[in-house]
Design a binder for this molecule. Structure first.
Ligand code: ZN
Length: 316
């Protein structure tokens, strides 16, 4: 899961005023953000952070569509409608970039609609480890999960182990890639080599929207370095706006700076609660208003010599 803080940036108030002054200001109730075409037959759909949604990418193949990230159930239904609007082809494959609910809890709806869900194989272990506890917690908070009347997340029906897993037809190549334990043990990337477009899931987000509880914080920057070696032209993050490689470099720098700062204070004998971490200004886009959770996860990893995600932890 990603979305945590939505910052009221300095630009928000003027933007709201402009909206209110526009004729038909009812747009405030509005429709999901329109799909943004990244390349011919590749669309990026920004998820509404207030509803906890992750981003989604639609990829058109010769005979069918691929959806990158199943999303929450209510958003899955919206994406189905959007897909029908964008292309007459059926959604046949839905890829979960990782096990978090905002990326995978819509799985059963996609299966019912005739698609095959897929992920990197380690996602099954992640789901067995954290479910159904997180599903139940989501049911308590979210009507769209509750209304499914299911007891846990539907596991992806197909998995791959050997990376990359390549799909190719007359129109396009799509590579499903595993680069190591970063945000979770099972972060899958989707790479379009011809278009040089990379879908990262939450291995890279654009904004202060990540969670570190399930991560290997020390290894995550290495995962991002491997992603940079693909030399993407466009990076489509799990949360926040699309961009270029600066999303990968910025996410990596934030994690490295956080790790280093916490390590220094551990060496100075401080506990997580005693730490006062100030990250460089360059990390601002990735730094949440309250760093306490990130510091705590990093502190646990450093002092217990195990990835944060391998230690007993509660989802917050
Ligand atoms: Zn996530």
């Amino acid at each position: 899961m990603g979305a945590r803080t939505v910052r009221a940036g300095a630009g928000l108030l003027p933007a709201l005023l402009v909206l209110l002054l526009l004729p038909g200001a009812a747009v405030l109730h509005a429709q999901p953000a329109p799909a943004h075409q990244i390349a011919p037959g590749v669309w990026f759909l920004l998820g509404d952070a207030h509803k906890g949604y992750s981003n989604t990418t639609l990829i058109e193949m010769q005979d069918y569509l691929i959806v990158v990230d199943a999303n929450y159930p209510a958003r899955a239904r919206e994406i189905m409608a959007e897909a029908r609007r964008l292309s007459p082809k059926p959604v046949r494959l839905v890829f979960d970039t990782h096990a978090h609910g905002d990326h995978s809890y819509g799985n059963s709806l996609w299966t019912a609609a005739g698609a095959t869900t897929m992920a990197y194989a380690a996602i099954l272990g992640e789901m067995d480890r954290y479910e159904p506890a997180r599903w139940q917690a989501a049911e308590a908070k979210r009507a769209d999960v509750r209304d499914l009347h299911e007891t846990t997340v539907q596991r992806p029906l197909k998995t791959f182990r050997k990376s990359p897993y390549v799909l190719r037809d007359a129109t396009r190549e799509v590579d499903f890639v595993y680069l190591g334990w970063g945000h979770t043990r099972a972060d899958g990337f989707v790479w379009l080599p011809k278009e040089r477009v990379l879908c990262t899931g939450d291995a890279a987000v654009n904004g202060p929207r990540n969670k570190l509880w399930d991560a290997d914080i020390a290894n995550w920057p290495r995962v991002l370095t491997r992603a940079m070696r693909l030399r993407p032209r466009v990076v489509l993050p799990g949360h926040g706006d699309a961009g270029g490689v600066e999303i990968l470099t910025g996410q990596r720098r934030f994690l490295q700076d956080l790790y280093r700062a916490v390590q220094q204070q551990v060496q100075a004998g401080k506990t997580a609660a005693q730490m006062n971490i100030q990250l460089p200004e360059a990390d601002g886009n990735w730094t949440p208003g309250d760093l306490a959770w990130d510091v705590e996860a990093t502190y646990n990893e450093i002092t217990q010599h195990e990835p944060a995600g391998a230690l007993p932890h509660a989802w917050k």
